[in-house]
Write a protein that binds this ligand. Structure first.
Ligand code: HEC
Ligand code: HEC
Ligand code: HEC
Ligand code: HEC
Length: 154
């Protein structure tokens, strides 16, 4: 059951991705190439390959979503997770850090990813659990440029 749920989610993702157009979706459904040229203009680093479904499975299925997705509750001034409201990070995070009305900081898109992805990978590594990369070159793999050939602004 949980597994089926995950499959549907990925179907939605791929649809969303094709419509949004900010990403390249590889033949294998699960794989996203994170490359927001519309935000970074002249990206310095190669794009990052992210396996959405593998993460959902490794991080608790339906319970995993809130580990990465959130919306902002304007009244309470806090981040909350709302089922069905998972959108791309670039919908809200921009090129620069932004100060919120309550004085807190909404990190830039780069920082949003780095905080979210790297913090988790490091924390799991620390307790010797299965984890993902946390050095620059392991995420921003040189070979990944070829995945966005023709889209990179020179
Ligand atoms: C866990 C994976 C991960 C690691 C580790 C990581 N990054 Fe990133 N980084 C990302 C993602 C995802 C993006 C968003 C890319 C996009 O949307 O185009 C990003 C964006 C960036 C950007 C802005 C886009 C660009 O290319 O100009 C820079 C610069 C960057 N990272 C540098 C670094 C450096 C330097 C390190 C090491 C200190 C590092 N990153 C480590 C995942 C990672
Ligand atoms: C480890 C982090 C992580 C987990 C866990 C996760 N997601 Fe995602 N999800 C992402 C990232 C990153 C993207 C791509 C967004 C971007 O590049 O801005 C994404 C994209 C999506 C999209 C497409 C959004 C769009 O408009 O482009 C949907 C829908 C989605 N996720 C739903 C879910 C659901 C439902 C769950 C839980 C079953 C979940 N995600 C779990 C990180 C995660
Ligand atoms: C609907 C808008 C919205 C979307 C979509 C969104 N964010 Fe955020 N995010 C915010 C706001 C607003 C803040 C600042 C909250 C504050 O100041 O208390 C924030 C803060 C953060 C922070 C810093 C606080 C923390 O939890 O450590 C991280 C990291 C972050 N977002 C990562 C992401 C990632 C990764 C995605 C995509 C998977 C994403 N965000 C999608 C609005 C959004
Ligand atoms: C809450 C924890 C968590 C977050 C957040 C997270 N990861 Fe991971 N990541 C993992 C775990 C656990 C694994 C090992 C999963 C496995 O291999 O089955 C992993 C594995 C990986 C791998 C190597 C395996 C693969 O899928 O190719 C990459 C690359 C990766 N993550 C990238 C990212 C990026 C990029 C982000 C942010 C958009 C991110 N991760 C966010 C926990 C996390």
């Amino acid at each position: 059951m949980a597994k089926q749920g995950a499959k549907i989610v990925v179907g939605l993702c791929v649809l969303g991705l094709l419509l949004v157009g900010g990403y390249v979706v590889l033949a294998q459904d699960d794989v996203m190439v994170i490359f927001h040229k519309e935000v970074f203009k002249r990206p310095e680093r190669p794009p990052v390959v992210f396996t959405h479904e593998k993460h959902v499975e490794a991080l608790g299925g339906d319970k995993s979503c809130a580990k990465c997705h959130h919306v902002y509750d304007e009244d309470k001034h806090e981040l909350v997770y709302e089922e069905g409201e998972e959108t791309g990070c670039a919908d809200c995070h921009g090129f620069k850090d932004e100060k919120m009305a309550d004085g807190s900081i909404k990190p830039s898109l780069m920082n949003a990813y780095h905080i979210n992805c790297v913090k988790c990978h490091r924390a799991l590594a620390k307790v010797h659990k299965e984890t993902g990369p946390y050095t620059c070159g392991e995420c921003h793999k040189k070979g990944n440029w070829k995945l966005v050939e023709g889209e990179r602004s020179e």
